[in-house]
Design a protein. Structure first.
Length: 321
C-alpha cells in the first residue's frame, strides 16, 4: 500500500512538472512563430492544462483500464468546479463578467449532456468518439471566429490566460528541450500513476472507477489548480474560471474523444447512475452562482468545497464498487 502511494505521488509530481514544461515550451514556440495571444490562450493554456488528463486517459485506454480512462475525465470535471474553483473563491471572491464566460459555460453544459446521451449505450464507441471530436472542432472554430472578429467579449479573457504563465524559455534550444522534457515526464508520470492507482484500488477493495474518479482525477487536475489559484491571487477571476471551463470542455470532447477513438470504452455502472449526474449538476450550479450575483462568493466557494467532501465520502462508502 505504501509503495503504491509512493508511485501515485511520484506520478503526480512528474505529470505536474511535465505539464508545466510543455505549456511553457508551447507558449514560447507560439510566440516565436507569431501565433496570436488569443489563439495561444485559447488552445495552449486553456487546453494545455489538461495534458496530464489526456496522457493518463490514453494510457489507461490502451492498457484496457476504461474505468480509469473515463473516471479520470468525469472526476476531473467535478473536482475542477467543486474543489479548485471552491478553493479559489475561498482565497478571494471571484467577481466575473458573465457575458465573457457565457459561451464556454453553455458549452460545458452541452458537452456534459452529450456525454450523458452517448454513455447511455453503456459504452463509448468509435462512432461516439467521432461525434465528440467533431463537437470539439465546432467549438474551437466558433470560439476563434467570434473572438477574432471581436463579436465575443471573451476574447480578452483568452488573451489574458497566456499572460498568467510567467517565465517562458527564450532560445529555440530551450524551447525544444522544454517540449521534449514535458512530453517525456507526462508519459512516465502517467505510467507510474496508473501503476500506483491500480495497486491502491486492489488494496482498498474498491473499483478502479472510484480511484479514477477521485485520486487520479485530483492528481491530474493540479495544473488547472496552479493556473487558477495564481489568477485568483492576481484578482483575475475571469481567467481563473475561464481556465476551468476550457479545461472541462477539452476533457469531455477532446480527451474522451481521443481515448475512445483508440479503444472503445465501456462505461462503469457507477458513473452512469451517479457521477455523470454530479458532473452535470456542478456545471449547472456554477452557471447559477455566476449569473445570480456576477461573482463566486466565499460562501458559495465554501459550499462547493463541502459538496466535494460529501462527494468523496459517498465515493468511498455508498458507491465504492
Amino acid at each position: 500500500m505504501l509503495l503504491n502511494a509512493l508511485y501515485v505521488a511520484i506520478g503526480v509530481v512528474l505529470l505536474t512538472t511535465g505539464g508545466e514544461a510543455l505549456i511553457r515550451g508551447a507558449l514560447a514556440a507560439a510566440m516565436r512563430m507569431g501565433v496570436s495571444p488569443l489563439l495561444s490562450g485559447l488552445l495552449i493554456v486553456g487546453f494545455g492544462t489538461s495534458a496530464p488528463e489526456l496522457v493518463v486517459s490514453v494510457e489507461a485506454a490502451l492498457h484496457h483500464q476504461p474505468d480509469i480512462a473515463i473516471g479520470n475525465v468525469v472526476g476531473s470535471n467535478i473536482s475542477n468546479v467543486m474543489l479548485i474553483l471552491g478553493v479559489c473563491a475561498l482565497i478571494t471572491p471571484l467577481a466575473v463578467k458573465p457575458l465573457a464566460l457565457r459561451r464556454d459555460g453553455i458549452t460545458v453544459v452541452i458537452a456534459s449532456v452529450l456525454f450523458l446521451v452517448l454513455a447511455g449505450g453503456h459504452a463509448l464507441a468509435r462512432s461516439d468518439a467521432a461525434i465528440l471530436l467533431l463537437a470539439l472542432i465546432a467549438y474551437l472554430s466558433w470560439a476563434y471566429w467570434t473572438e477574432r472578429t471581436g463579436s465575443a467579449p471573451s476574447a480578452e479573457l483568452h488573451q489574458a490566460e497566456g499572460h498568467e504563465i510567467a517565465s517562458v524559455p527564450k532560445s529555440a534550444l530551450w524551447i525544444l528541450m522544454a517540449i521534449a522534457l514535458g512530453l517525456a515526464l507526462l508519459i512516465a508520470g502517467a505510467q507510474i500513476l496508473l501503476k500506483g492507482a491500480v495497486g491502491i484500488a486492489e488494496s482498498l477493495g474498491v473499483s478502479q472507477a472510484v480511484i479514477g474518479l477521485t485520486l487520479v482525477a485530483v492528481g491530474t487536475s493540479l495544473p488547472e489548480l496552479s493556473v487558477s489559484v495564481i489568477a485568483a491571487l492576481r484578482r483575475h477571476a475571469d481567467v481563473a474560471i475561464g481556465n476551468i471551463l476550457g479545461s472541462n470542455i477539452f476533457n469531455l470532447l477532446g480527451i474522451l474523444g481521443v481515448s475512445a477513438l483508440l479503444k472503445p470504452l465501456p462505461v462503469h455502472e457507477r458513473i452512469l447512475h451517479f457521477d455523470q449526474w454530479v458532473m452535470l449538476g456542478t456545471s449547472l450550479i456554477l452557471m447559477i452562482f455566476l449569473h445570480t450575483g456576477n461573482r463566486l462568493s466565499r460562501l458559495e466557494g465554501g459550499l462547493l468545497v463541502m459538496g466535494y467532501a460529501a462527494y468523496l465520502l459517498l465515493s468511498f462508502t455508498t458507491f465504492s464498487m
